[in-house]
Design a protein around this ligand. Structure first.
Ligand SMILES: *Cc1c(COP(=O)(O)O)cnc(C)c1O
Length: 348
């Protein structure tokens, strides 16, 4: 049987054989007592890598963003965030539900940024009518788009000049850093640190392109992480011998950062392979996520296409637009099978 080509998300990866060996060998302890050496190693490693004082291993990106927003904001505060940001749109409204923190969503520009004018206009004056604007939350990459580094500097400087804290949902920070390093010609880790350095706190998913089975890390000052640690406890996120999972994250940081460039190459290969299909409008991918729109008479055919692909062993999603995500369990042969199947569908 030919293997399934699963392009639904970079979360679907299985831990590699060597990652499993690292997990099996991890020294463990009770992390609620702070006793798990493998959790501590991961937290120290990511904090040092991104230039922060401290870090916290959490169960998911959603829990990480929740801990971050509730650490930066109190009840009755608000955070400025993009309409399509994960920590506004895709997390069940958690900050509002659990923290009584209201979002102030803003429309994105075409490049994924929030305009500086919009951000400034959304910051409420100190007046009893308004929620207190406390935080600017950005996301990079956003829908696979790399936010320009100069923009990150400007937006976070604006926020700081207005007394706002800044949080980066860097679920795919290392994909952003990989794309940025390809432009600047420098090192991926250096670019990750430059991006992270613009923010007071940064969340990174280990379970996406980095290929760990579970977990995210939240980075910030020692004081911020102490607050986040308390909120993680309230959210039920105090895990015990979590080092078996953290060891996968440490392994991923050591061995899976430099290979992200391969995922970006495969996304481009898919885009190029579909460029000549008349029914499709293909957005040039900047990282590992490719969005494709059906155009003209094909517009209504996305459900049929996804079904056809599934019967051919190829999985993708299409909630807003067709989305194909590359990752460490996809190879050139899989991408070429996807191109062939999509092309066949529209020729039939
Ligand atoms: C996936 C994702 C999250 C949430 O991560 P989970 O581990 O699925 O909760 C947060 N932000 C962004 C940008 C993501 O892509």
């Amino acid at each position: 049987m030919t293997p399934i080509v699963d392009l639904r998300s970079d979360t679907v990866t299985q831990p590699t054989a060597d990652m499993r060996i690292a997990m099996a060998a991890a020294p463990l302890g009770d992390d609620v007592f702070g006793d798990d050496p493998s959790v501590n190693t991961l937290q120290e490693k990511i904090a040092a890598l991104l230039g922060f004082e401290a870090a916290l291993f959490v169960s998911s990106g959603t829990q990480s963003n929740l801990c971050a927003i509730l650490s930066h904001c109190q009840r009755g505060d608000e955070y400025i965030v993009g309409q399509f940001a994960h920590c506004y749109r895709w997390e069940g409204g958690g900050a509002a539900v659990f923290g009584s923190v209201q979002p102030q969503p803003l429309q994105h520009q075409v490049d994924g940024t929030l305009s500086l004018e919009d951000i400034e206009a959304a910051i409420k004056p100190d007046d009893a009518h308004f929620a207190r604007t406390r935080l600017l939350a950005l996301e990079n990459t956003l829908g696979g788009k790399l936010l320009p580094f100069e923009y990150l500097q400007q937006a976070t400087q604006l926020a700081k000049s207005k007394g706002l804290a800044t949080h980066l949902d860097g679920a795919r920070l290392f994909n952003a850093a990989t794309a940025q390093a390809a432009v600047t010609g420098t090192d991926v880790r250096k670019e990750a640190r430059r991006i992270a350095g613009c923010f007071d706190s940064v969340s990174v998913c280990l379970s996406k392109g980095l290929g760990a089975p579970v977990g995210s890390v939240l980075c910030g000052s020692r004081e911020f992480i102490a607050t986040a640690h308390r909120i993680r406890k309230m959210a039920g996120g105090g895990m015990r011998q979590a080092g078996v999972l953290a060891a996968a994250g440490t392994y991923a940081l050591d061995y899976h950062v430099d290979r992200l460039a391969q995922d970006h190459i495969l996304a481009r290969r898919l885009a190029e392979g579909l460029a000549d299909v008349p029914a499709l409008q293909v957005e040039a991918p900047q990282t590992n996520i490719l969005f494709v729109d059906l155009v003209g008479s094909a517009k209504s055919r996305s459900v049929d296409l996804l079904h056809y692909l599934k019967t051919n062993g190829i999985l993708a999603t299409g909630l807003y637009r067709l989305r194909f995500v590359t990752h460490l369990d996809v190879d050139v042969a899989g991408i070429d099978r996807a191109i062939a199947a999509i092309t066949r569908f529209f020729e039939a």
